[in-house]
Write a new protein. Sequence first.
Length: 445
Amino acid sequence: MSRFSLPQDAAFQALNTSLGFDQRLWPHDVAQSRAHVRMLAAQGIISDADRDEILGGLDTAAAELEAGSFPFRADDEDIHMAVERRVSELTGPAGGKLHTARSRNDQVITDLAMFTRAAAQGAIADLEQLRLVLLEVAERHLDWPVPGYTHLQRAQPVYLSHHLLAYFWMATRDIGRFEAVLRATSELPLGAGALAGVNFDTDRRMVAAELGFDGVVRNSVDAVSNRDFALDLLHALSVCATHLSRLGQEIVLWTSSEFGFMTLSDAWSSGSSIMPQKKNPDAAELLRGKAPRVWGHQAALHGVIHGLPLTYNKDLQEDKEHLFDAADTVALCIAAAGGMLETATFHRATMAAAASDQMIAAVDLADLLVKRGTPFREAHGVVAGLVREAVDSGRSLADVAIPALGDDAAAILEQSSWLESKVSEGGTALVRVREQLQQARALVG
């Protein structure tokens, strides 16, 4: 018997169904259904015989889903209804008891929380591997000078190891954001029912313990309407994608003929359909191009949620595709970033030549005057005048600065001094870079 006298319109069915994308939730749906039915039996809400029948049906359905032989039907609205329908086919009346003391509202949010937790754990593992690559590449290029840039103009030289470690610390902060997502998914929503709780003496904490949750959501209304953790995951993914985009941009620049600082492996490069000579850094370019896609998913989910009254509304079905695509996209980008860096060739002579531009020692000359007692702003003006004189006359900075500032300027204009003078904590002097490497090694274990 149905509440409705007419079948659903085909267009509404197509709009309403989520089976095309939420099938991937099946491992979580089966896991929570197993925990739920064990709890029902433990509480005397269903019999042990019914429990065993349902568990057997769930095992069969899971095996079919794993093998790709699950008999989906055209009227399966989502993976949750498909699994329940199949269990009922397999077990008869017992299967009809699976949904006792739960609603699709708390069932869906529980599956989503489990997916979000797994996605965050996966991102942490991927980022830990990327950090290891960054650390190893930094160690291999410990004392290789490279220009540091501001406004994409040569600013001050650093060691390549120091530059790469900046991305290590970005990845470390990303891991922290994903760890926050794990905390945000630590409470079990299941047991909230449609919104008000259920009419049975359930043991939500038993289910939570089996599924790996630390506790239960304390308010049933909040349990079914909450999507904060989904926004948290999308935020973490968005920031991570931004970091990867910056890395991708630098790889694009550094592999260009104009820079020539590095060469990507052929395994991470593409050719041209018309120009035989081309070797394009497409993977690095896609690190840039994928980032706005991830940000868009975050903005879209904010848009879905921002005006919704409590509790469940069908709009919330739109959470899944945003989460799924963003998580998949960032996982692929992390793998690409690690693959490119691990197999790239850096060109020491080219980087060192670019880092030997005397103009990028200008601040060191100003600091020389400061050490002699000149106020920094006055020293800055003196050196700026020397730079202008060198540029206007076509001479080197050394040709102008040494006569004006004395022999101490000659020592400062030795390239190694520009790097090794940066001894402040966190600076690029080798003693400080080695400290960073030690700290990084301690983090990766």
